[in-house]
Structures are given as C-alpha cells and as structure tokens.
Write a protein that binds this ligand. Structure first.
Ligand code: HPA
Length: 238
C-alpha cells in the first residue's frame, strides 16, 4: 500500500505537491488555503494533505530539513505516488547583497556542497536545475500579482552551522541565497523524469545579519503560497 515513510494509499496525492520543510506549516497551508483538505500521511508526523485550490486538486506534504529528508519524500512521491510536480515552498538566507528580507526567490538552479548526486554514478558534475515550465509559469503568476521575483541559483548546503565559515564565497559565483533541500529535489526530479521547482522567502540575511520577525514571515509566506498554488492551477490546465 504505502512506503516505509508514507502510509497514504496510491492515488491519495494530487499531481502537484507543495512541500514546505515544516510539518506544522503543511497543516497550516492545508487549513488556510485548501478546500476539503484531508490528512493522507502522518508517518513520523510528516503531515501530508490533499484538497483543492480554486477547484484544482493540490497536495501539501512536509519535506523535513535537509537533502536526505527531501530526497526520501520526493523520491516516493515521484515514483510510488505518480506525482508530476513538486514545488518546494521554503525559506532561505540571503548571500547576495541585492536581496532583501521577504523577497520571494525562484531557484533556477542549485549549487551544493553535498555529495547527493554521487549515487547516479555520472562521469562528471550534474547541474541540478528547475523544470523550465514550472519556472516560467511561476514567474508569470508572480508578475500577474505585481511581483518581479529574483531568479537564479541557490546553495543547497548540508550544514546550517558551517564551521568553515566560507558560505559567502558562493556569492562570487552569483549565488543568491542558502537553503538545504533544492539540489536533491532537482536531482530526483531529473532522475524520475518529473518536474520540480523551489520558491523561497528570504527569512534572514548572511550579509547584514537581519532576520524576519515572526509576524512579518506570515505576509511574505502568503505571497509565496499564492504563487505556488497559482502554478498548481496553471499546471492542471497544461
Ligand atoms: N542557512 C541554511 N538554511 C536556511 C537559512 C540559512 O541561513 N535560512 C533559511 N534557511
């Protein structure tokens, strides 16, 4: 029926799944934005819900933190649940001085310090990139809302508390911001022949040391969610 990490029966997930890191955020998204949302998974408290948004079936399930975690859940959604699109909706720390707190950034590609792609046995370095259709749809939906999103590369790191202190070096290559999941998600989508996109709200800045106060997080989070849900609706028409 399910998998070691997901008790939902096959067919329980919509074609598009939104993935926040935090299970409580998945619950919040389901309760706030979806109609008739029902809990389809709760193994390890990694809550997954399926409901509708503007009449389109949409699921939301947490990824947990880091590449091993999103690697497991996205693999199972793509391979066992026949999910076509995964949109990560997360937070990221700014590396580029051009980014401001609350900016909603789209990950065209993901650099990484992780060895996740080693498993594919390639004779070189794989470039984890967003699905172009999801990315162009997300940019179009954002523009319709009057938002011009920064688009570029993120750093997906295995470490939050980096003892080497060299995270800002990635800025030399134009990397916009740091998070911990996208490179694995994009690798898994490529391997499965499916689509993935990461959209992140800038929650803190490694340049200035600022952090979003919890109340402000909600507003920019809502904008990111409306973009991601708008993409789910558009993808259902394609
Ligand atoms: N580092 C890693 N992941 C993050 C950060 C950060 O500073 N901010 C939000 N996600």
């Amino acid at each position: 029926m399910g998998t070691p990490h997901n008790e939902a029966p096959q067919g329980a997930f919509a074609k598009t799944v939104l993935m926040p890191g935090d299970p409580l955020r998945a619950k919040f998204i389901a309760e706030t934005f979806l109609t008739d949302a029902r809990l389809v998974n709760n193994v390890r408290g990694v809550q997954g819900y399926t409901g509708t948004y503007q009449g389109t079936p949409v699921s939301v399930m947490a990824s947990g933190m880091g590449m091993p975690s999103i690697g497991i859940y996205s693999h199972e959604l793509f391979h066992f649940y026949d999910v076509d699109n995964i949109i990560r909706v997360g937070s990221a720390g700014a590396i580029s001085p051009k980014l401001k707190l609350r900016d909603v950034v789209m990950a065209q590609g993901a650099c990484t310090d992780s060895d996740y792609a080693h498993q594919f046995g390639l004779p070189g370095t794989f470039a984890p990139i967003a699905d172009f259709t999801l990315l162009e749809t997300a940019v179009a939906v954002a523009r319709r809302m009057g938002v011009e999103p920064p688009v570029g590369s993120l750093l997906s790191s295995d470490v939050f508390y980096n003892k080497a202190g060299n995270t800002m070096d990635w800025g030399k290559m134009g990397v916009l911001a740091i998070e911990m999941e996208t490179a694995a998600l994009y690798c898994n989508a490529a391997e499965a022949g499916k689509r993935a996109l990461t959209i992140c709200t800038i929650s803190d800045s490694l340049v200035t040391g600022e952090e979003l106060p919890p109340a402000d997080r909600q507003t920019s989070f809502t904008q990111m969610m409306e973009i991601a849900l708008g993409v789910a609706v558009e993808m259902a028409k394609k």
